[in-house]
Design a binder for this molecule. Structure first.
Ligand SMILES: [Zn+2]
Length: 340
């Protein structure tokens, strides 16, 4: 971006940040904004090199967000807000609910201290079969494989269909003499074109699954979940059993296992009622929504927007927040207004 464009963009962001929050007061009373976070990683975290930019904020950024939110919204537990809405109890004029997807260990290490400092409630959506394991999500594994293949050409043999995606990215990066995180981000987006089982199989065929058990665990374990539950600030919801994307052709048995099965497992493990569900990658189908309705009070998507009493509780929109669009007060407020 040229210097002039950057200056113009900054001016627009500042203008929106000043004016848009004024219009929030005109929203229907009982409006709710739900924020979607994933990971909280400090600036010097080595994990950042295997992560898509849309996946994290720094602890300082989360701190800034909570300070801003508390001035403008009542921070609520999403399940409590939904229960009140359903039975017609009074709701705050403007409420905000904070959510974290996937159940990352960094939520315990870096988000919990900030949430405690602000006494801010939040929901964490757990992938029930991943808890306490060294299991890794396939996008991180794919990024890691592409980085190894770039650093050491010829060291990995990607199956043909995967090579067709990876090789052009690597060839471009070699020409540029740098493998940029934006290239890896778009590689992950393209790989989502494969079905869930297929992409996992292709990655397993390239390198044996993930890190060994002696290595770093990226996912929360039972003790951390118990500590968080005890804080009184954190509630847990389900993000399926295996992070299976639920759009398209998923058998009724798999839907029941991923949606209903994960709820029973989490209820046991977390010692709390599990009222909320989160669709992996935001992918839904009519059958998945029906199954979710049988088991849960409400469910969140990745569709951007606000929610209000009377809205569809099985498809609650959220605003995704991450470092590169919300590290300053002005950009955060602009993001909440749907302009960034
Ligand atoms: Zn997820």
């Amino acid at each position: 971006m040229s210097a002039w464009k950057r200056i113009a963009k900054r001016a627009v962001v500042h203008t929106i940040a000043r004016t848009a929050p004024l219009t929030w007061g005109w929203r229907k009373p009982g409006s709710l904004i739900v924020l979607m976070y994933h990971r909280v990683l400090p600036k010097d975290s080595p994990e950042r090199q295997f992560e898509q930019p849309g996946m994290y904020v720094s602890p300082e950024t989360l701190d800034l967000h909570l300070s801003e939110l508390k001035r403008r919204f009542e921070l609520v537990q999403l399940d409590e807000w939904l229960r009140r809405a359903q039975v017609g109890l009074p709701l705050p004029r403007l409420a905000c609910a904070i959510t974290f997807d996937d159940g990352w260990r960094d939520n315990f290490d870096f988000a919990l201290p900030v949430l405690r400092r602000h006494a801010a409630p939040a929901t964490i959506f757990l992938v029930s079969s991943y808890i306490g394991t060294t299991q890794r999500f396939w996008p991180n594994r794919l990024i890691e494989l592409a980085r190894s293949a770039f650093a050491d050409p010829g060291s990995l043999a990607f199956p043909q269909t995967l090579a067709a995606l990876v090789n052009p990215v690597l060839a471009q990066a070699r020409e540029r003499k740098a493998l940029r995180i934006e290239d890896l981000d778009s590689l992950v987006q393209q790989a989502k074109g494969f079905g869930e089982d297929e992409i996992r199989r292709l990655i397993d065929a390239t390198a044996p699954s993930g890190r060994s058990s002696s290595e770093y665990r990226e996912i929360l374990d039972e003790a951390q979940i118990a500590d968080m539950a005890q804080s009184g600030l954190i509630r847990f919801g389900s993000h399926t059993m295996t992070h299976l994307r639920l759009g398209g052709a998923v058998s009724p048995e798999a839907l029941e296992r991923e949606i209903g099965g994960s709820r029973s497992r989490l209820r046991e493990l977390c010692g709390q009622e599990i009222g909320l569900f989160c669709y992996p990658n935001g992918d839904t189908s009519a059958a998945a929504i029906e199954c979710v309705r049988r088991h849960y009070l409400g469910a969140v998507t990745t569709r951007a927007g606000w929610h209000a009493r009377g809205g569809d509780a099985m498809r609650i929109p959220r605003i995704g927040v991450h470092e590169d669009v919300s590290a300053t007060r002005a950009s955060f407020l602009t993001r909440l207004s749907g302009w960034l």
